[in-house]
Design a binder for this molecule. Structure first.
Ligand SMILES: [Zn+2]
Ligand SMILES: [Zn+2]
Length: 253
């Protein structure tokens, strides 16, 4: 069977890449990507810089919007009360503030893939993940990029972020059945209504997903319109439960 052949090859590759990783760690111990001090617990971040990160501690239960510290846990933001999102729950590790903005921009525009590895590991080790139940069978869906955009950039930052999570949880990554079928102009500079209109019809489910619960992975959620549109087509295609897990969620201006 060619399938077995592929898996056998992957195991050998995995074996050698883990040896290579250990050798690299021995030769180049982890260094903080922000200040170059020695890293903490095998990751490329030091304790000092870890403490500076804007963790999204108080957030809307429905959309993960950062909320003021005086709000009680389990609150739902005004926008979600008026119009609940199409996804069922959302978690975001950080509020989109410095130095996370810098870490993400370095990844996206300067191809610092080491940042994706670090940020992906932080997501995988976070409380956000322990809140996701996998009783129904879960797959991880990194927000797909349009083919042309993927060619230009050379990588999809959401896939890079999702790798550590898939490795840690064993949840498979879904990279084939859902695609971005239309090129959309950048969402930056658009208001919430314009973003909704811009993203409408951008995704297509080519084949039904085997899992009932989909965890959408995105780097930055601004108004949530991309995750919402993706959730609309997934639910139409029979997905029962959707969690949006993002690295950072933009606070209200
Ligand atoms: Zn540091
Ligand atoms: Zn909300």
């Amino acid at each position: 069977m060619p399938r077995q052949g592929v898996f056998a090859k992957m195991d050998i590759q995995g074996f050698f890449s883990s040896i290579a990783r250990s050798a690299v760690q021995l030769l180049y111990p982890p260094r903080c990507l922000m200040c170059a001090r020695p890293g903490l617990d095998g990751v490329d971040l030091c304790e000092h810089c870890h403490q500076q990160l804007p963790f999204n501690q108080i957030a809307c239960m429905a959309c993960a919007l950062p909320l003021p510290p005086n709000i009680s846990e389990g609150a739902v933001c005004g926008r979600c009360q008026k119009k609940p999102p199409r996804y069922d729950q959302a978690f975001s590790l950080f509020s989109y503030e410095q130095p996370v903005i810098w870490l993400i921009q370095q990844l996206k525009f300067n191809e610092k893939l080491a940042h994706a590895r670090l940020l992906g590991e932080l997501i995988a080790e976070s409380d956000c993940v322990t809140k996701i139940s996998d009783d129904e069978g879960v797959c991880i869906l990194p927000v797909p990029l349009f083919k042309k955009r993927l060619r230009q950039r050379g990588f999809n930052q959401s896939i890079e972020l999702a790798r550590a999570l898939s490795k840690k949880t064993g949840w498979p990554m879904e990279l084939q059945r859902v695609q971005r079928v239309r090129e959309t102009s950048a969402q930056t500079g658009l208001d919430a209504k314009e973003r909704r209109k811009n993203i409408r019809g951008a995704f297509e489910v080519l084949e039904a997903l085997p899992q009932k619960h989909v965890v959408i992975i995105d780097d930055v959620v601004t108004t949530g319109s991309t995750a919402n549109e993706l959730s609309r087509v997934l639910k139409k295609a029979g997905v029962e439960k959707i969690t949006v897990l993002s690295l950072a969620r933009a606070p209200l201006r």
